[in-house]
Design a protein around this ligand. Structure first.
Ligand SMILES: [Zn+2]
Length: 416
């Protein structure tokens, strides 16, 4: 795998946190239902423990969304803007996170030995920096072994540095006139800047949490089993929402702003309880978890065009004064899509929201069960006691709730 690399300049990169003020959350109905119902897909050996802790599994289904208030690294775990990555992204985006980062990264070379190589710039303003343009032929295959461990230790990091001589790219850089004393100096570094993760990492994250869940089963660690199970339930539910797979995640690129919450919050709240059939059958063993997740995402993404096209058509044809209504929620008046307008959108999609919720429920049960099987099917009776929060955990949760109340979200909004 060869990639083109343009090395221009090293500047100070910082995570840019964009703060959004959001209205208080009220639409977690779907997440809670999906996690709760997944419990009933489990085999008899597993179900009693999950049933006993069903309150926790249900309540914690929204934990990952609440964490977005505390950590800027959380948001990217909930989506992947797969259509950002070209015409055939499901073929082109590597299914290994390290490879994906290396494929789309920016590369820089830093040195503290020969600043005179900075071309056309005052080296005083750019100490320790080599400015090299159009460096091609950096070989990802060669870089992988050197960087793979770094990525997994620092899963959500943004940039990594390694001595240049140690990563096997020196030959391609010789062409740019770098003297061998600079190439081989331990102070000369290649720096990789992650340009991939901010467009979402959900498939890699789900695999990672699944490994954690498997380990928790192996260790008979109920606390972690429940926490990771609840978390993975959230991420898988998100992976079934078409707008979680697109750069146009809130219709902002097509003048359809607000479609995200319309689809995933408003519609389930209005219609799910009375109309959806949640009998989804039993959990099934998943042979290859990472590939399974990519298949799920591809299937989810295939609905995106319809999600957008139907809303667009309806907005143009439905009487404009009947599209938005005011409703009372938690003693506040909110503007939201009218019931009839929502009904029209919902019915035009012909059961898509229900189908996606059903798939999510079955998928979560299957992921839980697969982790248990991969862990060697530990006897759940041995670890079946009720889990109660420790004092510290209670405090941490309270802190998170306070942050939630303040309404400051780090990163992208509308990624519930
Ligand atoms: Zn989410």
């Amino acid at each position: 795998m060869r990639i083109k690399v343009t090395v221009i300049i090293v500047i100070v990169f910082s995570l840019s946190f964009i703060a959004f003020t959001v209205s208080p959350f009220w639409g977690f109905y779907a997440h809670k239902e999906i996690n709760r119902l997944a419990v009933f897909t489990l085999p008899a050996d597993m179900m009693p423990v999950f049933k006993k802790n069903i309150e926790f599994i249900t309540a914690q289904s929204i934990g990952p969304d609440m964490r977005r208030f505390a950590s800027a690294n959380e948001g990217i775990r909930h989506y992947i803007d797969i259509d950002h990555w070209g015409e055939t992204p499901f073929e082109d985006v590597p299914h290994s996170w390290s490879e994906a980062i290396l494929k789309f990264a920016d590369y820089y070379v830093l040195t503290d030995t020969d600043t005179t190589l900075v071309r056309g710039l005052d080296h005083e303003s750019l100490p320790k920096t080599l400015v090299i343009e159009n460096v091609e032929n950096i070989d990802v295959e060669k870089l992988l072994p050197a960087f793979r461990d770094k990525f997994s230790r620092d899963l959500y990091g943004k940039r990594w540095e390694m001595p240049l001589y140690s990563v096997g790219v020196t030959t391609s850089l010789v062409d740019f006139g770098l003297p061998s004393n600079v190439l081989n100096d331990p102070g000369t570094k290649v720096q990789i800047v992650d340009r991939f993760s901010s467009f979402g990492i959900t498939p890699y994250n789900i695999s990672f949490v699944h490994q954690q869940l498997t380990r928790a089963f192996e260790n008979h660690d109920l606390k972690r089993i429940l926490r990771h199970a609840a978390d993975i339930g959230h991420y898988i539910a998100d992976a079934h929402v078409p707008l979680h797979t697109s750069e146009n995640y809130n219709g902002q690129l097509t003048n359809q702003k607000g479609i995200h919450a319309f689809w995933e919050t408003r519609l389930p709240e209005l219609f799910a309880e009375d109309e959806y059939n949640y009998f989804v059958g039993r959990a099934e063993f998943i042979e290859n978890v990472p590939e399974y997740i990519w298949d799920v995402l591809e299937d989810t993404h295939s609905n995106l065009e319809q999600v957008l096209a139907i809303e667009r058509k309806l907005t143009e044809t439905f009487p404009s004064d009947l599209q938005f209504c005011f409703e009372e929620r938690n003693s506040r008046t909110v503007r939201t899509q009218c019931r009839e307008f929502s009904r029209a959108y919902h019915d035009e999609m012909d059961g898509m929201v229900e189908a996606q919720m059903r798939k999510a429920i079955q998928s979560i049960g299957s992921m839980w069960m697969s982790a248990w099987i991969l862990a060697g099917e530990p006897d759940m009776k041995q670890i079946a006691y009720e889990y109660t929060l420790s004092d510290e955990e209670r405090e941490a949760l309270q802190e998170l709730r306070n942050k939630t109340r303040e309404g400051i979200i780090k990163g992208r909004d509308h990624v519930n």
